[in-house]
Each structure stands twice: as C-alpha cells, then as structure tokens.
Design a protein around this ligand. Structure first.
Ligand SMILES: [Zn+2]
Length: 259
C-alpha cells in the first residue's frame, strides 16, 4: 500500500476497530486494512486495548460502546495494576483526563510481548517490556479517533432529540401544552454525557466547539422545560434552533468528524 493511499484510511481504521463503522464504510475499511500492514497493526493494537478493558465484568452491564465508561474502566484497571506494584514505572500525570486514553493505551501496549521490527533480520534481542515504545503519533491518532467518534455520536443523538422537539405531542393533562417529559429527561442525559466527553477542549475537535456550545445551550433550554410545557416556550426553542442553523451545522460537523 502506497503511503498516499494509506493516509486517508488511518482514522477509519480506528473507527473500524471501535466498531462504529457500518455497511459499506465498514467493508471498505476492512478491505483497506487487509491490504495495509500499518493499519492492520494499529487495528490489532486498538482491539487488544479494548479487549483488556472489556475483561471487566462491569462492562457487560453497559450498553455497547459506552466510551466514557470504557475509558473510566481502563483507568481503573491501570490504577489497580499500579496498586499491585506493577514493575512498570508509573507517571501519575499520564492519567490526567486530557491524555487519559493515550496514556491508557500506552501502558496497555507496553504490556504487549515485544516483537522485533519487521525490517531487521538480526537475532531478536531481549527487550524489556518498558522499552517497547509505541510511537507517540500512533497513540495521539488513537485518542483523536476516539474523541471524534464520541463527539460525532453525541451530536447524532442531540440531533435526533432536536428533531423530536420539532414535532411535539400534545400534553394529555393540559390543553394547549406539549408533552416534553421524555425530551427534557433525554436532554439531561445528553448534558451529562457532554460533561464526560474526553478531549474536546484540545485541538482534536476544535472545529466542533462552536456547534458543541450551541447544542449545549439548546439542550439546557429543553432540559429546563416542565413535562407539560407551554407551546410558546417550545416555539422559542425551535426558533433558536433554526436561527442558529443548528440541525444543518450538526449534519456538516458529524460528517466531518466521521471523515
Ligand atoms: Zn493503511
């Protein structure tokens, strides 16, 4: 695989490993990975990290791909390993939220059995696990992939919610009111998810920040509605959504994030 052919596929390789690609996009990504050694290696590394995290029995109680939860568990496993006096040199600063995923993957990958570089044919040297370096750019790319996938998913769900808000049901208990109970609840859930999104303060999704701010503003408005809301309060929110061109902006942004 020529480098220029490979470049555009790296992000999709990560998304493939995370199981967020579907249909033709997944088929195409798989076809690329099958013919590209670099992508195959990245996919294997990411899968291994995810499998390690999945060993936690708590995971079975979670919906598939709860990334913030998964991340928390990876860090918990690392903490547990540290408490068990792992021979690895620990740098607690790695576990700060901004680099949490890269740090987790770094440590998980360090636990992999070392293998000699494919380009050398000399006798494999004995390499201590701590010396098996995973290139910084590979880890950075993995973290970027997860951040972008998380953000796209959050925006997708926020868009679904805003579409529901655009077509409200009448409230059964009061006339001239609309039933916003589920929507308000869902908004609160999404706002909680927003708070857990990793890496959105960094450069990985810098272009998405204005949209994220707009979405957050509107979700707060919906979350504050009573279960039987006044029509004019809802209409004010709908006007705000359309004034900000929010549905279109979310559309464009999720498309960009999904690459
Ligand atoms: Zn590739």
């Amino acid at each position: 695989m020529r480098p220029w052919r490979h470049r555009g596929w790296r992000r999709r390789t990560g998304l493939l490993a995370l199981g967020v690609l579907e249909g033709r996009a997944a088929d195409e990504a798989r076809a690329h990975v099958d013919g590209c050694a670099r992508c195959a290696e990245e996919r294997a590394a990411l899968r291994q990290a995810l499998e390690l995290a999945a060993l936690d029995p708590v995971r079975t109680a979670e919906p598939p791909l709860g990334m913030p939860a998964l991340l928390a568990r990876v860090n918990a496993r690392l903490d547990a390993a540290a408490a068990a006096r792992s021979p690895l040199a620990w740098r607690p600063a790695w576990l700060l939220p901004a680099g949490a995923l890269a740090a987790s993957l770094a440590v998980l990958l360090l636990l992999r059995p070392p293998h000699p570089p494919s380009t050398t044919r000399s006798t494999p040297a004995v390499v201590a696990p701590a010396q098996v370096a995973v290139p910084e750019d590979v880890l950075g790319r993995m973290e970027r992939t997860v951040t972008r996938a998380q953000t796209a998913r959050y925006l997708d769900e926020a868009q679904d919610l805003l579409l529901t808000v655009a077509a409200p049901r009448p409230c059964a208990r009061q006339s001239r009111r609309v039933d916003m109970e589920q929507e308000a609840e869902r908004s609160r859930e999404l706002l909680a998810r927003r708070a857990l999104l990793v890496g959105t303060s960094g450069q990985d999704v810098a272009s998405a920040r204005p949209v994220l701010r707009d979405v957050e503003y509107v979700l707060r408005e919906v979350a504050s509605l009573p279960s039987c809301a006044r029509e004019r309060d809802l209409q004010a929110i709908q006007r705000e959504v359309s004034r900000r061109n929010l549905l279109m902006k979310i559309d464009l942004m999720t498309r960009e994030l999904k690459g």
